[in-house]
Design a protein around this ligand. Structure first.
Ligand code: GLN
Length: 500
């Protein structure tokens, strides 16, 4: 993926085809980004999606206007037949397709030498193609899950029209990556990396271990807000099962003492935890560095492992230059500027070309156990952002226990892999209950479970009532201090997945 303003002459390779993606601008805006016109002379197939379609039309007559009706959502597409044939782009697809639209602009007319290859009720130019050149434009979005056959359409373009080969395999990728890491790090180089017990950091760590053995140093920081037994479990899996050279730092007091008094400010919580994590990690890195320098296999720690995935990379690509959108990734492993610059650490990001499902596939190939591979995401600040209001040792203990029961029941019911993320949160309020004929005034647990593929939008998981009742009974009985349990019915948007 490259910014749309990439100059062709600066590319050292020739593409087999070009896809122009969608974008938030309108092509007729004064400051709208435009592609290098040279791409239209290159002779390779081009597919424009939404803004990309409008960009092709802009290049061919500038007839793009603001529509009177915006279209966001599902639409029924009809592929157009010519002499009984559909265009190559729709090969082996049904004539009627469910597609997703998200645009406000439209073509004012068909650009010269183009014909229509698909329509919808509202979009007469839902798909267009050049009469003689391999130039295509579509108004809908084949890349989202709401367009169920979109991947087939992209395959038609990449494989059928551009003649790209489908020879990428995970095995070959792993081999190439191992060789690249070994060459980069050299015979003596040492690499440092943070692990959390999550999928990404574990897969990245296992790959490093395969590549350079104990010259990779993993650090797990216990912030006192991890799940029940989690630290021991992660330690066991990483060291005993995966053979990774791991240091666990127990910094729970530092975190829990520091969280005291932060009552109504989720951002302050996250900031404090992020900052303290970095302090602890930095101190540990120095210790490891000293120890490594005195070992027979001496070498300086020169590299830092980061579990960046491709979606993070995509987000940081901007035609305004990389600094315009780069965000600080709050996942475990984001290293402070001062460490990178001060100690001259270089980044290794072996997962930066992969999506989550591919990271999981790599993990399976590297022998990481199923439970870990399918693990629900867990936020860096951990239970601290699932205890709403002030975080104390007592509150963390309550949330932790309730969460453990919820997840245990989900696993027992065989539902864990159907749910994308589930957890229990502790609400900062008290309610009245009656337990053992005694009136009590205790806290409330909120359960949350969602289904999603991309975590950008999410639906609530529909448990049956018996299940929820069972979990509720167990939590009230087994967790001291809780007299009520509720189930969160908010989708994302408007809710976020986590509560803080
Ligand atoms: N901004 C353009 C429009 O609203 C393109 C939108 C898009 O690419 N999704 O039509």
């Amino acid at each position: 993926m490259l910014p749309c303003t990439q100059k062709l002459q600066d590319l050292s390779w020739k593409p087999k085809g070009i896809i122009l993606s969608g974008g938030p601008y309108s092509v007729y805006d004064d400051d709208a980004p435009h592609v290098d016109p040279a791409i239209f002379e290159l002779g390779v197939p081009i597919l424009g999606i939404c803004y990309g379609l409008q960009e092709i039309a802009w290049h061919n007559g500038k007839n793009v206007v603001a529509g009177t009706e915006r279209e966001y959502g599902h639409s029924e597409l009809k592929a157009k037949r010519f002499d009984g044939h559909v265009d190559m782009l729709f090969k082996d697809l049904e004539d009627d397709l469910k597609v997703w639209m998200s645009h406000g602009d439209k073509l004012g007319a068909l650009p010269p030498s183009f014909h229509i290859i698909a329509t919808t009720k509202n979009a007469p130019f839902a798909g267009i193609a050049h009469e003689t050149k391999p130039l295509y434009g579509i108004q809908f979005h084949p890349e989202v899950t709401h367009t169920p056959r979109g991947i087939k359409l992209l395959e038609n373009f990449a494989v059928g029209i551009c003649k790209a080969k489908q020879d990428w395999t995970m095995d070959k990728f792993v081999d190439k990556e191992l060789a690249r890491i070994r060459a980069l790090v050299g015979e003596k180089g040492q690499v440092l990396g943070a692990v959390s017990g999550g999928v990404d950091s574990t897969v990245a760590a296992k790959l490093m271990h395969e590549a350079i053995g104990d010259r990779f140093h993993a650090v797990l920081v216990d912030n006192g807000c991890m799940r029940l037994n989690e630290c021991e479990q992660v330690k066991k899996t990483l060291t005993e099962h995966l053979g990774i050279n791991l240091t666990v730092v127990d910094a729970s007091d530092l975190f829990l003492d520091g969280l005291k008094g932060i009552t109504d400010n989720p951002e302050a919580k996250r900031k404090f935890i992020g900052g303290t994590f970095i302090d602890v990690f930095e101190a540990e890195a120095l210790k490891i560095e000293e120890a490594a320098a005195n070992s027979p296999k001496a070498g300086k720690i020169e590299f830092f492992l980061q579990g960046t995935l491709y979606p993070d990379v995509i987000e940081s690509i901007s035609f305004k230059g990389p600094s315009a959108t780069i965000k600080t990734h709050h996942n475990v492993g984001g290293l402070p500027e001062r460490m990178m610059n001060g100690q001259g650490l270089k980044l290794i990001e072996p997962l930066r070309e992969l999506f989550k499902d591919e990271v999981r596939e790599m993990g399976r190939k590297l022998g990481i156990p199923h439970d870990l591979i399918m693990r629900h995401p867990f936020p860096g600040p951990g239970i601290a952002i699932r205890v709403l209001g002030e975080v104390t040792r007592e509150q963390v203990a309550i949330a932790r226990k309730a969460d453990y029961i919820f997840i245990e029941e989900i696993k027992a019911a065989g539902l864990y892999d159907q749910i994308s993320q589930a957890f229990a949160a502790l609400l900062p309020v008290k309610a009245v209950g009656v337990m053992g004929d005694k009136r009590v005034h205790q806290q409330v647990i909120s359960l949350r479970a969602v289904q999603t593929t991309d975590f950008m939008t999410a639906n609530i998981f529909r448990f049956d009532w018996d299940f929820l009742e069972r979990v509720s009974t167990r939590i009230v009985n087994e967790v001291d201090g809780v007299c009520r349990v509720e189930y969160d019915l908010t989708s994302k948007p408007p809710g976020t997945i986590e509560m803080e």
